[in-house]
Design a protein. Structure first.
Length: 217
């Protein structure tokens, strides 16, 4: 359970009353823990994965982007929500971790809907075609570059499009006045940037480690 600000019993109750992941996602989560060790915490939680699938389904997004793919859990959840003909483009810097993602895309039957671009997202996002607006984007990558990814995606997001940004509660540290480390300051600065942006309507949700939903006006 990634929502460390919740009472553990409440967190377990929440998971017990959310539709469970299937065998493919369970196997991916297990392999990620085995090969990534402490870094497995970068993977989204099951409740967050279910939320991503439902949001893609409800929005009817045709052109979906993910920044930060890791071993592929979130990309499978996003791809499973796509309607026929819709696509997901993933951006990541790691060949090693995304090699696992590729295997599990195949196991999940979503390979034909997913494209992968390796390299710094701050550079590769600029390659997105200007004539095909992004309908929905999910960002779960290096926190220091969140403002960069935000502006690049805002310039390509369709009016009414959605931007979902992970880890915006940062283990609850954003609300702790004694927390003053660089990562916490960076997430706070990003949160302040979004809340002051009159181009958007935003809502911070207490899902997992905090998920901010941003709608372009």
């Amino acid at each position: 359970m990634k929502a460390t600000y919740l009472d553990p019993a409440v967190g377990q109750y929440l998971l017990a009353h959310t539709t469970r992941p299937d065998d493919v996602l369970d196997a991916l989560a297990l392999e990620t823990r085995e090969v990534a060790g402490d870094r497995a915490g970068m993977q989204i939680s099951p409740d967050q994965g279910r939320f991503l699938t439902m949001i893609v389904q409800l929005s009817g997004a045709e052109n979906v982007v993910e920044v930060g793919t890791f071993t592929g859990y979130s990309s499978i959840c996003l791809a499973r929500g796509l309607r026929p003909g819709a696509t997901l483009t993933c951006f990541d810097i790691s060949e090693e971790w995304t090699a696992i993602a590729r295997r599990y895309w195949d196991k999940a039957g979503v390979t034909g809907r997913v494209g992968l671009r390796i390299g710094p997202a701050a550079e590769r996002l600029r390659e997105l075609p200007a004539d095909r607006p992004v309908d929905l984007a999910f960002v779960d990558a290096d926190k220091g570059n969140y403002p960069v990814y935000y502006e690049l995606l805002m310039s390509r997001l369709a009016p009414g499009g959605l931007l979902l940004v992970d880890n915006t509660l940062w283990k609850g540290r954003v609300a702790d006045p004694t927390a003053d480390d660089a990562a916490t300051r960076g997430v706070r600065e990003f949160n302040d940037l979004v809340s002051a942006d009159d181009r958007v309507t935003s809502l911070m949700l207490p899902i997992a480690d905090g998920l901010t939903m941003i709608r372009k006006n």
